[in-house]
Design a binder for this molecule. Structure first.
Ligand code: NAD
Length: 488
């Protein structure tokens, strides 16, 4: 297999320097063509401990700065993201396999997340009140200490930015563990943060897999853990981190339902549903996975089939992350077909000329799926949509409510009254009306319900301020002649 020479070997970033730890290396593979692009060290508890000790040492000085001082670095960092847009986009594309446009949109979203972080001095204003004559109570938001973030493969640039800018601006220091499948974007992030002026030890990276995650959950000096990934691992991380008395928010997988009503605008609906299920090769936790077609929607399904034919793997559809992912996704399609689903568009066995080693699955539409099939219940995480037919809106909402997950749900209709019913009754944290990927933009916070999220609050926006800080309540009296009361 060909090695792309320009990519550095993956190294841990501790105390402002990259260091290789001598542990078993693991190949990093570009899903675009299956080539080895780098290798990553599988770190251990000792590496996590070293990073935590460094972050702990950096904490007093970093947290001692004012919020206004800390955000200055992120103004510069956001500019660096913009200046390096092309390079960062190419890196996301190389390690994750998404299209150029999708990779660029991800970096742009990272910039938006920085814009929220630098606005903190305008938002985080402490409270003060004279509670009785001469006595004042104040609440101040204080950082937690050393915090850790564990990220998935599907957004190598954006998901680390869901947490890093807010947590650091609020005064914490951090250890990040990126997905071992896409470690390069995070390494570049560390270099740019340093260039922006972030002091050594404030942001650290430890690469690896399960062992690093377990060490993060167990380490006594880590105060809070954020996790983004599959529900299976989110549960493990949430239980283990909270068992060692840490704050934890763990975002899991998804099975998003789009409810399509017969009065929906056919053109807009068909293009939105197809874009939602196929964008980023279906590897978005906000991707459409089930379409519940209510009553007479055949005309919309016909348009969806037409739309899908415009999507070509390797051109406007990226790869999936690995050979194992391709096999899993195709296995779901075959199983559904064997169980009676009708394959309207078949994405199995897709290849891209010149990139035969890449991992591609074409867009796939399965019709007449029933609620007992695996494709109706389990997260596929590929460019596949399962259509379930429902007689009426109540039945459609029941189907959506029956999912264990609850990240997103959407309705396509021209009726405000029917849309309102879905807005109120869908069991999901993020709802779309005529929007296939209802990701809240900053400053609105991101987070699902049910088995799509464990822990209190959301991971971005205002909600994240609660997560990354704790309140200090101080009561003061300076004048001896102030009232004597129970508080004195
Ligand atoms: P994953 O759960 O396999 O991995 C996530 C992280 O956990 C990685 O850093 C990985 O190294 C680590 N990990 C994997 N197995 C582990 C184990 N047994 N013990 C401890 N740590 C382990 O997820 P992924 O495949 O990288 O990402 C895709 C998943 O992430 C999908 O389920 C997707 O829906 C979900 N996701 C959710 C959101 C959200 O906002 N809810 C956002 C993005 C991705």
């Amino acid at each position: 297999m060909q090695r792309i020479k320009e990519q550095p070997q993956v190294q841990n970033f501790i105390d402002g320097s990259f260091e290789r730890n001598g542990h078993t290396p693991m190949d990093v593979i570009s899903p675009l063509d299956g080539s080895i692009i780098s290798s990553l060290p599988l770190s251990t508890y000792d590496d996590v401990d070293k990073a935590v000790q460094v972050a702990h040492k950096a904490y007093p000085e970093w947290s001692g700065k004012t919020l206004k001082e800390r955000v200055q670095i992120f103004f510069k960092y956001r500019t660096l993201l913009e200046e390096h847009m092309e390079e960062l986009t190419n890196l996301v594309q190389l390690e994750n396999g998404k299209t150029y446009g999708e990779a660029k949109a991800e970096v742009e979203k990272s910039m938006e997340l920085c814009e929220f972080a630098v606005s903190m001095p305008q938002i985080v204003v402490n409270e003060i009140q004279e509670v009785s004559k001469g006595v004042e109570c104040r609440i101040e938001r204080k950082p937690l200490g050393v915090v850790a973030c564990i990220t998935p493969f599907n957004f190598p640039n954006m998901v680390p930015h869901w947490t890093m800018p807010n947590a650091l601006v609020l005064g914490n220091t951090m250890v990040m563990k990126p997905s071992e499948l896409v470690p390069l974007s995070t390494m570049r992030m560390a270099e740019l943060l340093q260039e922006a002026g972030l002091p050594k030890g404030v942001f650290n990276i430890v690469n690896g897999g399960k062992e690093v995650v377990e060490a993060i959950c167990d380490h006594p000096k880590i105060e809070a853990v954020s996790f983004v990934g599959s529900t299976k691992v989110a549960k493990i991380v949430y239980k283990r981190a909270t068992a060692s008395l840490k704050r934890c928010v763990a975002l899991g997988g998804a099975k998003n339902h789009l409810l399509v009503l017969p009065d929906a605008n056919p053109e807009m609906t068909a293009s939105n549903v197809v874009a939602s299920m196929s964008g980023c090769a279906g590897q978005r936790c906000m991707a459409a996975s089930v379409m519940v077609g209510v009553d007479k929607v055949q005309h919309i399904i016909d348009r969806m089939v037409e739309e899908t034919k415009k999507i070509v793997p390797g051109e406007n559809l990226g790869s999936v992350i690995s050979a194992a992912a391709k096999e899993r996704i195709e296995g779901y399609i075959t199983e559904a077909e064997n169980n009676g689903a009708k394959v309207l568009v078949d994405g199995r066995n897709a290849t891209v000329p010149g990139k035969e080693g890449g991992f591609y699955v074409g867009p796939t539409i399965l019709d007449y799926v029933t609620t007992d099939m695996s494709v109706a219940r389990e997260e596929i995480f590929g460019p596949v949509i399962s259509i379930i037919r429902a007689k009426n809106l109540d039945e459609a909402i029941d189907i959506e409510n029956g999912s264990n997950y609850g990240n997103a749900a959407a309705v396509f209709t021209q009726s405000g009254g029917l849309a309102k019913q879905v807005m109120e009754r869908a069991s999901a944290g993020m709802i779309g009306v005529n929007i296939g990927v209802p990701v809240p933009r900053e400053p609105f916070s991101f987070g699902g319900w049910n088995e799509s999220k464990f822990g209190v609050g959301d991971i971005t926006g205002r909600s994240s301020i609660e997560f990354w800080t704790q309140n200090k309540k101080t009561t003061t009296k300076w004048n001896p002649e102030a009232q004597i009361n129970w508080m004195s």
